[in-house]
Design a protein around this ligand. Structure first.
Ligand SMILES: CSCCC(=O)C(=O)COP(=O)(O)O
Ligand code: MG
Length: 227
């Protein structure tokens, strides 16, 4: 019996185009000025050091900015980059430059499942801060209170079985009691290998193939509760 839902964001609760055409371009546009304005603040300085370590370089901040922009352009899921993006998007949400996109069916069903007693968790390559901003600024209001927890790549990569095992441990249920939702076959495979139930989301722009995973076109097609 499913007791918790663990959901991906991009391509699952939210559209690919919101991330690729709104969030990433916004981060790219504002990252240079953000780094120059905030690089002496401890949190940002640490993230820049972490990013520099991943890049394997000792270059100056302008070289690092160029590297970060290349990572954004190539959609690299690098933890300090994702944390920096979250800080930049915070300014965008605060200014009302955009709202967090969530499909109507996802907002409605997540609320239904929460009301029915299922625990809800997010696992995204976007930082936990970015996740909370997105779900906190949707056209359906602030959805963050319905979630019991948020996980990002600090717990491990989304295509790694051990990341899902670590999430199982944090959630405190057996893996078979957790249903993972994603649009990416490799993520679903890793969750299944950790013992979780899975359902693939086939949103617009997502074609699969999804192997043996059950497939739903939207959250109305996801069945965590027996009818
Ligand atoms: C938290 S919203 C931004 C999403 C993001 O940065 C990203 O890389 C999407 O990754 P996901 O794991 O949600 O597909
Ligand atoms: Mg996704």
């Amino acid at each position: 019996m499913i007791k918790a839902i663990l959901t991906d964001i991009e391509g699952t609760t939210s559209s690919l185009s919101f991330v690729k055409d709104v969030l990433f371009p916004y981060a790219a546009e504002h990252l240079p000025d953000f780094v120059r304005a905030h690089r002496d603040e401890p949190q940002v300085a640490q993230l820049l050091d972490d990013a520099r370590a991943v890049a394997g370089g000792s270059g100056d901040d302008e070289a690092l900015i160029a590297q970060l922009l290349e990572w954004i352009a190539t959609d690299r899921k690098i933890t300090p980059l994702k944390a920096l993006q979250g800080l930049i998007w915070e300014e965008g949400y605060a200014r009302g430059d955009f709202r967090g996109h969530i499909y109507e069916d996802a907002a409605r069903r997540l609320r239904d499942w929460h009301g029915a007693g299922l625990r809800l968790y997010v696992y995204s390559s976007g930082s936990v801060h970015a996740q909370k901003l997105l779900f906190g600024h949707t056209e359906y209001g602030d959805l963050t209170p319905i979630f019991s927890g948020f996980f990002d790549t600090r717990i491990g990569g989304k295509r790694e079985r051990d990341a899902y095992r670590a999430i199982v441990s944090e959630v405190g249920l057996s893996p078979a009691e957790i249903l993972f939702l994603s649009d990416i076959r490799e993520e679903l495979d890793a969750a299944r290998d950790a013992g979780m139930a899975t359902t693939a989301l086939r949103r617009e722009g997502v074609t699969g193939p999804f192997g043996e995973h059950p497939v739903a076109d939207d959250f109305d097609g996801v069945r965590p509760i027996e009818d």
